[in-house]
Design a binder for this molecule. Structure first.
Ligand code: CIR
Length: 262
């Protein structure tokens, strides 16, 4: 029997703040409802806790409307942490806010430096290697710096240029690790040579948003309302946990973006 992914014990989360609706978005789904976003965030946190994670809950940050998407601010590995340098200038101040939450667990985190840019949403840990997307947010220099840091820790890195994959903000908007050797992939990425050695669960174009799912210990959190993908995961013997995500989808955010898990 294949070993499962390493057990996750903690997650850092930050609820959306009062300026949440002023964040970046291309979704065209209308403004988010803050009350509903807070309720969805609370349900997401409950799901993480039920799966055994202890939460480190940060206060809402009114100065950074996108700061609920904590995943973009850092990359956490068993060997150490890397603070990112987000591609969007309006998100760069989020790094100072995440640092104090990271340092008690990861002393002396490494950092991405200009002219490199890197968003954590472009970094997918597949267990045997880390995929890093070059996107509209992460540039080639940021990906190179991350590969050098992780390479120094003995973690192999494979770059995936997603700039041609229309509608994918980040690599993980279209890719998720479901366990050893198994990936969920958006249809536009499924034939990429980087994923040839993996078993793939393809996400159809109509269910594209579902590709950003998260394996957390014995379950996979999946955005609610994508029955074909949920059935494909269940057919693989995975326990699917649907989570309502409408108010985060409106701001281009997905399930993985809402926590830093380690
Ligand atoms: C942004 O555009 O930066 C945010 N509104 C959404 C970030 C989503 N993060 C992610 O996919 N990792």
């Amino acid at each position: 029997m294949k070993a499962g992914p390493p057990t996750l014990r903690r997650a850092i989360v930050r609820p959306p703040g009062p300026s949440y609706a002023e964040g970046l978005t291309t979704a065209g789904l209308g403004p988010p409802d803050l009350e509903r976003a807070l309720a969805q965030h609370a349900a997401y946190c409950d799901a993480l806790e039920r799966l055994g994670l202890a939460l480190i809950r940060l206060d809402p940050d009114p100065f950074h409307p996108d700061s609920t998407f904590v995943e973009d601010a850092a990359v956490l590995t068993p060997r150490g942490a890397v603070l990112t340098l987000p591609g969007a200038p309006s998100r760069r101040g989020e790094i100072a806010g995440i640092r104090p939450a990271i340092e008690p667990f990861f002393p002396a985190p490494r950092e991405i430096a200009a002219p490199g840019t890197l968003d954590g949403g472009d970094v997918c840990d597949a267990g045997d290697r880390v995929f890093v997307g070059v996107s509209s947010r992460t540039n080639a220099e940021g990906a190179r710096q991350l590969a050098a840091i992780l390479g120094g820790w003995g973690i192999p890195v494979t770059g995936v240029d997603i700039r041609g994959a229309a509608a994918l903000l980040h690599l993980k908007s279209g890719l998720a690790s479901l366990g050893p050797g198994l990936l969920a992939v958006d249809s536009t990425l499924a034939d990429h040579p980087a994923f040839r050695a993996y078993d793939l669960v393809r996400v159809s174009e109509v269910e594209r948003y579902a590709a950003n799912c998260v394996r957390v210990n014995e379950a996979v959190l999946v955005a609610e309302g994508f029955p074909e993908f949920a059935a494909a995961l269940a057919a693989r013997g995975l326990a699917v946990q649907p989570i309502a995500m409408s108010e985060f989808e409106k701001m281009d955010g997905g399930l993985s973006c809402l926590s830093l898990r380690f």
